[in-house]
Design a protein around this ligand. Structure first.
Ligand SMILES: Nc1ncnc2c1ncn2[C@@H]1O[C@H](COP(=O)(O)OP(=O)(O)OP(=O)(O)O)[C@@H](O)[C@H]1O
Ligand SMILES: [Mg+2]
Length: 238
């Protein structure tokens, strides 16, 4: 869906339907750079959302605010009914337990094997090793790395590391996946397979919010498009 009339409808819906609500949000980094301004936006639960816009438009900054990596400088942002300007660190940690994050720069643990990296969100939830092994194997199959379970990240190519990061974000089937250009370094076939799996999770109820420069993806895998330009919303959601 697009905003405008659609967003107005969403605003009147029950709160539990709204995952993210932004009103006149502005983000200024300590350097003085204003990365986002005047962002008013609702994202209902269950949507598949693409964030598009030129390099520097503010896509990563927007995603960062959604997991509490940066706080809005002004305006209102609520994520899962949490005021992200006021929330304490323990509430932010709790939110992240239900959120799979695929960072633009992967952020794998280089001292742990592929298996342990991907198992991490399940271990945080208290899964026992024997139960988590089949799940970890399955998500690694989706990204084509089932034979690299015991490798360390430094022995993997950039695209392979990215696929481990994708598998890690998916493994606990979180309520929300925030993905920052997850398929940017992948070949077309692997990228489409990862995209299919994200869509599959979305059909099972996971909200997916994904920054991308891959405009062909929008044609083959349709979703709501939120377009940013120089830190402001443009196009359908402006
Ligand atoms: N930590 C930071 N400190 C200061 N300025 C930042 C920081 N991170 C990003 N910026 C600036 O904020 C603006 C938005 O950056 P952001 O990373 O959100 O863009 P992006 O749309 O994700 O770009 P790309 O497509 O290149 O990843 C840019 O001008 C960038 O230089
Ligand atoms: Mg970015």
């Amino acid at each position: 869906m697009t905003a405008g009339a659609g967003a107005a409808t969403v605003c009147t819906m029950a709160n539990e339907q709204t995952l993210i609500r932004m009103q006149q949000v502005m983000l200024r980094y300590p350097t003085g750079k204003t990365a986002l301004s005047g962002i008013t936006l609702d994202i209902p639960r269950g949507q598949f959302v693409y964030l598009v816009g030129e390099s520097g438009a503010g896509k990563s900054s927007l995603l960062r605010m959604f997991y509490g990596g940066v706080r809005p400088s002004s305006g209102k942002l609520s994520v899962q009914d949490t005021d992200m300007r006021e929330a304490g660190e323990s509430r932010i940690r709790e939110l992240r337990r239900h959120t799979g994050i695929i960072f633009q720069d992967h952020r794998l643990l280089f001292s742990r094997t592929v298996f342990e990296n991907v198992a991490l969100p399940l271990r945080v939830q208290g899964w026992k090793t024997e139960r988590l092994i089949p799940r970890v194997r399955k998500v690694l199959e989706y990204v084509g790395l089932e034979d690299r379970l015991w490798s360390y990240p430094e022995a993997l190519s950039g695209g392979e590391q990215q696929r481990v990061a994708i598998a890690r974000a998916m493994t606990a089937k979180p309520a929300v996946i925030l993905a920052d250009e997850p398929t940017g370094n992948l070949d077309i076939e692997t990228a489409r397979r990862v995209q299919d799996y994200l869509m599959d999770l979305n059909r099972q109820g996971t909200t997916v919010i994904m920054a991308t420069h891959d405009l062909q993806l929008l044609e083959s895998h349709p979703g709501r498009v939120i377009q940013l330009h120089a830190g402001v919303l443009v196009g359908g959601d402006a």
